[in-house]
Design a protein around this ligand. Structure first.
Ligand SMILES: CC(C)(COP(=O)(O)OP(=O)(O)OC[C@H]1O[C@@H](n2cnc3c(N)ncnc32)[C@H](O)[C@@H]1OP(=O)(O)O)[C@@H](O)C(=O)NCCC(=O)NCCS
Length: 188
């Protein structure tokens, strides 16, 4: 599920706590929760993968992508003990940098959950893994995703016009990044 090649496995096995959520491993018990967001066309609109229509396929997704790749976390809402989304970190050791992707159940949008998840991930990436740079992209049209990145102090680096063709549509790609030195000296 949009988890790209990575060059390391040292993001395995770490549960990352936060205030309202925690980042934890996926389990096969998450199938129904994952199906809830992965079957929603509005959630998948700006993702590389199409919506899932069968809950049975989610078992394969969890096994093939979420459990067998390094650096994939379930976002668990503590209050409900429910998996409301996913976030992953792909580390490129040679460059001491990482990239990430994320997805959230639509019922939980605009409550600051992904900003909280990303801040948790960035803390881990810079303070524990000691990476130098974290970068990410979103497509023009998906401005809420860029807002999350901005709220996490990431800087807009530019737009690649019609950079990719996804589901038959050329997409303009907005690039964001943050360096460790800027994370360490940010306000708050
Ligand atoms: C993108 C996504 C992860 C954001 O998660 P979230 O938990 O709703 O994000 P947050 O609540 O932390 O922050 C969203 C911010 O974007 C703002 N926002 C939402 N839609 C917006 C839009 N169309 N234009 C501008 N800002 C928007 C919200 O108001 C909020 O800002 P605020 O806190 O200042 O009010 C979620 O919408 C999602 O899963 N989308 C589908 C999958 C996806 O697109 N993944 C990213 C691929 S790059």
């Amino acid at each position: 599920m949009n988890i790209e090649n990575t060059t390391t496995n040292h993001t395995e096995a770490t549960e990352l706590p936060s205030q309202r959520i925690k980042l934890r491993h996926f389990t096969l018990n998450d199938v129904a929760d994952v199906f809830e967001y992965a079957s929603d066309d509005r959630v998948t609109e700006y993702l590389t993968w199409p919506s899932y229509t069968n809950q049975e396929d989610i078992l394969d997704v969890i096994n093939q992508y979420y459990l067998s790749k390094p650096g994939v976390w379930a976002i668990e809402l503590l209050e409900e003990k429910k998996c409301i989304g996913a976030i992953d970190l792909r580390v490129f050791e040679e460059h001491e940098k990482g990239g990430f992707g994320y997805v959230l159940n639509r019922n939980y949008w605009d409550k600051g959950y992904m900003t909280e998840a990303l801040k948790t991930l960035l803390d881990y990436a810079f303070n524990v893994l000691k990476l130098n740079r974290i970068e990410a992209t979103h497509y023009v049209g998906n401005e809420g995703s860029g807002k999350v990145m901005e709220k996490c102090n990431m800087k807009h680096e530019g737009i690649g016009h019609q950079e990719v063709k996804i589901k038959g549509v050329f997409r303009d790609v907005v690039h964001y990044a943050i360096l460790r030195r800027d994370w360490e000296t940010k306000d708050e």
